[in-house]
Design a protein around this ligand. Structure first.
Ligand code: BDR
Ligand code: CA
Length: 330
């Protein structure tokens, strides 16, 4: 079993990624840390706990982390993800939980307990990871693998012409993290940027077909109703922008690559983050001139294999007896 931690700003596609992680029989999700990004920290914690409860895993701890980027608040992505962060989905309020550890304390403890084996996936801004690296500069050496959804290398940005949202939201944190993970001895690090995530779409028709396939599974209706309600907000937005009714699977791809790196082809490059540019703050700069680098930049993806894998994962989760969809509607 691969010990796994996700660091999230839940968000529609973060939720899709969480459900994927929970479906994997080869992974043990030790806990999920939350960071401000798509929504504020309180909503990110609440959404994460609600999604874990939907999947019958309210026992998995959610560790709150940073409530703002290192240099202060910059705004959220509620235009993309809706006011709650989960589009039109209405999940029950999660039951009160015992006071959880801070995300940074939780990472450092887990990295010690699972020295050399822990896989960490960040699908939000890198604030929590930067704070953890500041506390323990050896953290990059203690992990087995680090995968980040972030950046745009040979393509333009999404939040600005140059920058991808997760890096743009806290460029100083991203710079600290990439420099720490570029050092000798650091765990293999993979950046899943827009170059590859934009190739990984899940369409409204895919979700409709998934709902039909899972209709008689114990948790099928609950899971697929959630996925469709969450994604519908995004589909409507895409349609207004003249784009197909499909979700770009940014965060689920990062989770999938953390467990199966063969889904992407990476090139080891030096990578840094622009922090001062008037038009380019938050841009990821990979140096393609041939200098040796240590950050694996994903430039190609097996998109159809990933899509099939994702749909199979949710089908598997829908059939699991310990999922607790009866919490819906309470
Ligand atoms: C990233 O930004 C967020 O809005 C998504 O959840 C994803 O992590 C894509 O740029
Ligand atoms: Ca995210």
């Amino acid at each position: 079993m691969i010990p796994l931690i996700l660091d999230v700003d839940t968000g529609i596609d973060d939720a899709f990624g969480l459900l994927y992680a929970l479906s994997r029989p080869d992974a043990r999700l030790l806990g999920v840390s939350a960071v401000a990004g798509n929504v504020n920290l309180a909503k990110a914690v609440r959404n994460t706990r609600a999604v874990l409860a939907l999947a019958g895993r309210p026992d998995i701890p959610v560790w709150p982390g940073a409530a703002a980027p290192l240099l202060g608040h910059v705004g959220d992505a509620s235009d993309i993800h809706g006011d709650s962060g989960l589009g039109h989905a209405l999940l029950p309020e999660p039951a009160p939980a015992p006071v959880a550890a801070h995300a940074v304390d939780a990472f450092l403890a887990a990295a010690r307990d699972h020295e050399g084996r822990l896989v960490l996936v960040a699908t939000g801004p890198l604030t929590n990871i930067a704070l953890a690296v500041a506390r323990d500069p050896d953290l990059p050496r203690r992990l087995a693998r680090f995968v980040v959804m972030g950046g745009a290398f040979a393509v333009g940005g999404n939040v600005t012409a140059a920058a991808e949202f997760n890096i743009w939201h806290d460029p100083e944190a991203a710079r600290i993290v990439l420099r720490a993970f570029s050092q000798e001895g650091a765990a293999p690090t993979i950046l899943i940027g827009l170059d590859v995530t934009r190739q990984c779409l899940l369409s409204e028709a895919d979700l409709d077909a998934l709902a039909a396939t899972c209709a008689d599974a114990p948790n099928g209706p609950a899971l697929t109703t959630f996925l469709r309600d969450a994604a519908r907000h995004y589909f409507d937005l895409m349609q207004r922008r003249g784009r197909p009714r499909a979700l770009v699977m940014h965060d689920p791809l990062a989770v999938a690559v953390a467990l199966d790196p063969s889904l992407v082809r990476t090139t080891a490059l030096p990578v840094d983050v622009e922090t001062r540019g008037e038009l380019t703050r938050g841009q990821t700069i990979a140096d393609f001139r041939g200098e040796p680098g240590r950050i694996g930049v994903a430039l190609e993806v097996e998109a159809s294999r990933f899509r099939a894998d994702y749909l199979a994962a949710i089908t598997r989760l829908a059939g699991e007896p310990d999922c607790l969809p009866q919490e819906r509607g309470q």
